[in-house]
Write a protein that binds this ligand. Structure first.
Ligand SMILES: [Zn+2]
Ligand SMILES: [Zn+2]
Length: 52
């Protein structure tokens, strides 16, 4: 299970940015307290995108 729940208020977080390689969410934001998650960049996806 991905960590998509806010650590401070427990609300499910909303995807704010998608990986350019696999289109999975890499950045989440809480809709209640507006806290952002850490961006989880997929290094392997970025490298693939750059090579193409
Ligand atoms: Zn990816
Ligand atoms: Zn929150």
């Amino acid at each position: 299970m991905p960590d998509t729940y806010c650590r401070s208020c427990g609300v499910e977080m909303k995807a704010m940015a998608l990986c350019i390689g696999c289109s999975k969410a890499i950045l989440y934001a809480c809709t209640r307290c507006e806290m952002f998650s850490d961006t989880k960049m997929h290094i392997h996806c970025l490298q693939l995108a750059i090579q193409e």
